[in-house]
Write a protein of this length. Structure first.
Lengths: 296, 215
């Protein structure tokens, strides 16, 4: 059963699971106009999304995630696309299924709702929960596991985990996004790494991770701390440095792939089970990480 | 001495995010006919600066920043009418702030607006997804000193440059200081689009705007 495959991988000490890289940065490389929600492309430009998934699987990724980062009810509402929640999520599944080779996995991507809790915003735990439940319902039949990512509020993470657990028994990777402060790694809402790990352990997620915000160098530091806080399998998807815009209005990420990949090597040495990239990483990055993993 | 103690009490109320106490002390200052400029500078202003320091030290995060900023704003609403009626002008300058067209992310921009306002600037927050031309029109109408433009997406950052291009084309560039911010924005982008500066957080934004206006 394919659903068991991820658990088998987790149990296999010699297996490092290669995730995919950035989606947004790849979309814009392909000339998509700014200002739109990338998730809406599942309807309008499904060929582009297919091409990106396929490039990641071809580059050696064991699993890729659906183009549904922003397709929760609350986030779609901000873009006035909430009436398309069904179509956007369903189309995302169809596209990735076409691209996914045998014995590879499909991960459902769940991103933040875009709404903060008071005093920063107005969202309540119940609103988060019902927003995620709606999205999870559309994705459950078709994915192998879940990746909740880029969460800067552990309470919102808990709502997303709860939404999935009410509907699905599939594995969950739960990735918070941290910034480095003088006192260590915290989310912008003030949740410490330690607190986040504790709560993720209580929620009994399958893999505890971090993604986005931090570049690969800082992610090495974070993983060092993370492995001292938990015995759960770890996941890391750092950014490829900071974006730069050239005179032709094109976005570049200047960190050389070899530097990023060398940091991923360190992250693996520290015992991380799942590795991949976030903003600014590409199929080329994943291809080079594949080489590192295969040489282990 | 008693006065110093009073200022300290206000500053502590702000840092402790004690809204009730801050509001009560603002009323007390008005009722007792105190020198309100001094009350703002040494009491409330001191508190909001300490919140900024705590943010930089990694002690405070978004919830504290936002709460501190709104307590400060509410306190100022008690003090400002009295000050204005006595002919005092304590505004450090006028800032028109918005998230650029095509970008619906408003939280970072709102926090910057709140902190600027808490630090004594008159702030006009135009919201998110605002066309460049509209931002410039309002800046002209309000006779703003500073235009602040936020972009959270690498794809909408161009809009920040568009503002500056339009200002240059219309011969209005020297009328405003233009500052930019947002997750993907950095120093090299600020230089590339000839902005007057960029800030990586609301606290940096306050410092930047104060420096640009020599306050």
């Amino acid at each position: 059963m394919i659903e068991m495959l991820f658990h088998d991988w987790l149990k296999d000490d010699s297996k490092i699971i290669l995730f995919d890289g950035g989606m947004g940065s790849e979309i814009f490389k392909r000339g998509i106009k700014p200002g739109n929600l990338p998730d809406a492309l599942n309807i309008d430009k499904s060929d582009v999304i297919y091409e990106i998934h396929k490039a990641y699987y071809d580059a050696g990724a064991d699993m890729c995630q659906t183009n549904t980062f922003g397709a929760s009810y609350l986030n779609l509402q901000i873009y006035k696309l909430e009436n398309k929640i069904n179509e956007i999520n369903k189309r995302a599944l169809e596209i990735i299924k076409k691209a996914c080779p045998p014995n590879h996995l499909i991960v459902a991507d769940i991103g933040p709702s875009g709404e903060f809790r008071p005093p920063v915003g107005k969202a309540s735990q119940d609103q988060w929960l019902s927003s995620f439940i709606q999205q999870v319902n559309f994705l459950e039949n078709g994915v192998d596991l879940w990746h909740i990512e880029t969460m800067s509020d552990i309470e919102e993470m808990v709502a997303a985990i709860e939404a999935i657990r009410g509907i699905s028994t599939k594995p969950i990777i739960s990735s918070m996004t941290y910034k480095k402060t003088k006192r260590g790694f915290f989310t912008i809402m003030g949740d410490s790494l330690e607190k986040c790990v504790q709560i993720q352990e209580i929620a009994n997620v399958d893999v505890i991770g971090a993604n986005c915000t931090l570049g690969s160098k800082e992610m090495v530091e974070l993983i060092q701390e993370l492995k001292n806080l938990t015995n759960k399998p770890l996941s890391a998807k750092p950014n490829a440095g900071q974006p730069r815009i050239d005179s032709n209005n094109r976005v570049h990420y200047d960190q050389p792939i070899k530097d990023f990949v060398s940091d991923i090597g360190k992250i693996i040495q520290l015992g991380t089970k799942v590795v991949g990239g976030c903003c600014g990483t590409s199929p080329d990055t994943i291809r080079d990480i594949r080489k590192v993993i295969d040489s282990l | 001495m008693a006065q110093e103690h009073f200022f300290k009490e206000i500053s502590d109320a702000i840092v402790n995010l004690d809204k009730e106490k801050a509001i009560n002390l603002a009323h007390k200052a008005v009722f007792e006919n105190m020198n309100l400029l001094e009350v703002i500078e040494k009491g409330f202003g001191d508190g909001i600066r300490r919140i900024g320091d705590l943010w930089e030290e990694g002690e405070f995060f978004l919830p504290e920043l936002m709460l501190g900023g709104t307590i400060m704003q509410e306190s100022m609403e008690i003090l400002l009418p009295k000050l204005k009626s006595s002919g005092e002008n304590i505004t450090l300058g006028t800032v028109v702030i918005a998230t650029i067209e095509g970008d619906i992310h408003s939280i970072g921009k709102t926090i910057v607006g709140t902190m600027l306002s808490a630090n004594g600037f008159e702030v006009y927050d135009l919201g998110a997804d605002v066309p460049a031309e509209h931002i410039i029109n309002i800046a002209m109408e309000k006779n703003a000193d500073v235009i602040g433009v936020s972009a959270l997406l690498t794809t909408t950052m161009f809009g920040q440059k568009k503002i500056i291009d339009i200002l240059e084309k219309k011969g209005l560039r020297s009328k405003f200081k233009v500052v930019i911010g947002g997750a993907p924005v950095n120093k090299s982008w600020a230089e590339e689009c000839k902005a007057d500066g960029f800030a990586g957080s609301a606290i940096e934004a306050v410092k930047l705007v104060k420096t640009l206006l020599n306050k």
